[in-house]
Design a binder for this molecule. Structure first.
Ligand SMILES: C[S@@+](CC[C@H](N)C(=O)[O-])C[C@H]1O[C@@H](n2cnc3c(N)ncnc32)[C@H](O)[C@@H]1O
Length: 260
């Protein structure tokens, strides 16, 4: 039985980045395909709301894009900026709220791929977020937004796990649903990192709430944002050659929203 610490998993960027940063290539290639296929004109300036450790921002900086991002978590932002600076790039991530920000210059594309959007707990926040992103984008720019919908037929996913190893450090990450109230639009989720090094092994355990969205609720929200049109929808297969049609059983979705 591992010794367990209660804590906010996002306060441990080194462990977060090992688990979620290892699998960056499919998302990176998919995002580049979306820029090519769906944005008007050249995509050079990127912004990631809720960028966390910047596991994707660093890859785009290395590929010669101008990148920036924000996140509420100071530890994640410091980690992100240190890595950008080590790579010779400007430390352009800031502590900030994805519902209330402005970018210094017009953005060609923004992305937010793995459910961060569902951390926003109210409809007002979700709407403010989409309006902020829309304001930051230039016309013809795109926002690539990925999240899990709550299916209205079939059983939704209740558990997921990932693991990664670098040198002597191995991390196993788990997420499990502990409760879901679709009337209040809340899903309670447990999350943990099991950390293994040659000298210590321990578990960090966290709990958080995600807002739930059925396909219809998400559509209704997006319809209220006049600045955006839904230009394509994909799933976490990350294949722009295979757009999907959202049905009652659809769970993972990636909306490509284009600024009018
Ligand atoms: C699942 S992580 C994703 C991080 C990063 N986008 C990635 O793909 O690895 C969710 C992030 O959302 C951030 N977050 C939650 N609410 C936020 C808010 N209102 N504004 C900015 N960041 C927020 C958390 O601090 C956390 O870093």
């Amino acid at each position: 039985m591992l010794k367990t610490i209660s804590g906010n998993l996002y306060d441990y960027p080194k462990y977060y980045d090992l688990v979620y940063g290892s699998d960056w290539k499919a998302e990176f290639d998919f995002l580049e395909d979306c820029f090519e296929k769906h944005a008007a004109g050249v995509v050079q300036n990127l912004f990631e709301p809720a960028c966390g450790t910047g596991r994707l921002l660093i890859r785009f900086a290395q590929a010669d894009y101008a990148v920036s991002g924000n996140d509420l978590n100071r530890q994640a932002i410091d980690y992100c900026n240190r890595r950008l600076a080590r790579g010779g790039f400007p430390p352009t991530a800031v502590v900030g709220d994805m519902c209330d920000f402005r970018c210094a210059q017009p953005i060609d594309a923004a992305f937010n791929t793995i459910n961060s959007f569902r951390h926003l707990s109210t409809e007002t926040q979700a709407q403010q977020h989409l309006q902020c992103v829309a304001r930051a984008l230039r016309p013809g720019g795109i926002y690539v937004l990925g999240l899990h919908l709550t299916p209205t037929t079939g059983q939704p996913l209740t558990e997921e796990s990932w693991s990664a190893r670098r040198g002597n450090l191995a991390v196993l990450s788990r997420m499990w649903v502990t409760g879901r109230d679709t009337r209040r639009r809340q899903e309670q989720v447990g999350m943990s990192f099991d950390v293994y090094t040659p000298t210590k092994q321990f578990r960090i355990e966290d709990h958080c709430n995600f807002r739930t969205y059925t396909a219809r609720q998400m559509r209704k929200l997006l319809d209220r944002i006049d600045e955006f049109e839904i230009t394509a929808v994909y799933d976490f297969g990350y294949n722009t050659g295979q757009p999907i049609h959202i049905g009652p059983e659809t769970e993972d979705v990636i909306y490509v929203l284009k600024k009018r």
